[in-house]
Design a protein around this ligand. Structure first.
Ligand code: UFG
Length: 326
């Protein structure tokens, strides 16, 4: 298949590109490199630098090659940042996605795989979270992803768009030469590992008064390779199905303190941690039920062990202490 991957120079996008290439798909990466890295685009994929909100550029792109499916990773991902500049999230994540969908519609490209988020659920009533749980985001980032899911639903009903929406829990770990390098970094595991590398003197714990056993937030960390595998299965399944919505997580939660403890074991570094105030918009507990994707697409996490996930991230950070160099 010819697959257009927006955000294919980013963390999850680049790993999916590598996996698509491995099984013989042709891949065009479309990325504005605002967050992504040229070096993260796997050899074998063509990189086109451009904006998702640029309709003219998208028209030229779709005219110049045949595209069977679009995988849409390009987005802003900072839940905390979205509490300060919500407009950036609604512009980039919603309005630009609508432009992309319009461009696809004009060229009759009818398969779409979307990077959605556990942030849709807000503070869930029940753990593990099933796809049918109420959708009540606690920040504009989550709201922006929910709005796209609503758009997709109407495009499916009215225009026959075939789509899969994958609600990611916390992507983590590395896949060979591909790893996590956000600038500025805001994610717990890379920030913790930067302490072990000697680049920071401590890691902050955002809030210790949450209603969890140790008072810190609980998340479901999923290996980026397992997340990537879910994308390939979803893409394939769109030949038979036209509307797929799945959580992708491991089904096990770890607190911030537990993550730091595992990182200490993996790195052999004491990793000092300092408790600070909670981060606005952070739900206390997000743990997935991934039973639906397991049942329907036969997806199984191959690397569910948190220690192995953190070890793979550590390996990448040691080899790339300054992250990607371009
Ligand atoms: N945290 C700290 N200290 C830090 C960084 C994070 O205590 O320096 C805490 C956060 O408060 C949170 C947990 O560690 O409780 C994980 O935080 P991350 O920033 O690593 O990840 P988030 O859970 O905030 O967000 C991630 C993705 C989002 C996605 C969400 C869904 O970045 O895109 O998972 O679960 F929506």
């Amino acid at each position: 298949m010819n697959v257009l991957v927006t955000g294919g120079a980013g963390y999850v996008g680049s790993v999916v590109v590598a996996e698509l290439l491995k099984v013989g798909h042709q891949v065009t990466v479309y990325d504005n490199l605002s967050q992504g890295h040229r070096q993260a685009v796997p050899a074998g994929a063509e990189l086109v630098v451009g904006e998702v909100g640029d309709r003219r550029a998208l028209d030229l792109l779709f005219e110049s090659r045949s595209v069977d499916a679009v995988m849409h990773f390009a987005a802003m991902i900072g839940a905390a940042e979205s509490m300060q500049v919500p407009q950036r999230y609604f512009r980039n994540n919603c309005a630009n996605t609508l432009t992309l969908l319009e461009a696809m519609l004009a060229r009759r490209v009818s398969r779409f795989v979307f990077s959605s988020s556990a942030a849709l659920y807000g503070n869930p009533e029940r753990i593990p979270i099933e796809e049918s749980a109420p959708l009540r985001p606690t920040n504009p980032y989550g709201e922006s992803k929910l709005m796209v899911e609503r758009l997709l639903d109407w495009f499916n009903r009215i225009h026959g768009l075939r789509y899969a929406s994958l609600r990611y829990f916390n992507a983590a770990g590395a896949a060979g030469a591909l790893g996590e390098d956000h600038r500025p970094e805001s994610h717990l595991i890379p920030l913790t590992l930067k302490v072990a590398l000697g680049q920071r003197d401590h890691v902050a714990i955002f809030g210790t008064g949450y209603p969890t056993p140790d008072g810190t937030c609980i998340r479901d960390y999923i290996h980026v390779l397992d997340l990537a595998a879910a994308h390939l299965l979803a893409l394939e399944a769109l030949t038979q199905h036209d509307r797929l919505i799945y959580n992708v997580g491991n089904g096990r939660g770890f607190s911030v303190r537990q993550v730091i403890e595992v990182a200490r074991r993996v790195t052999g570094h004491p990793i000092p941690a300092v408790a600070t105030t909670p981060r606005p918009g952070d739900p206390a507990i997000l743990v997935a039920s991934s039973e639906k994707i397991q049942r329907e697409l036969n997806w199984r996490p191959k690397y569910p062990d948190l220690e192995a996930i953190i070890a793979s991230a550590w390996e990448w950070h040691r080899r790339h202490p300054d992250g990607y160099n371009e």
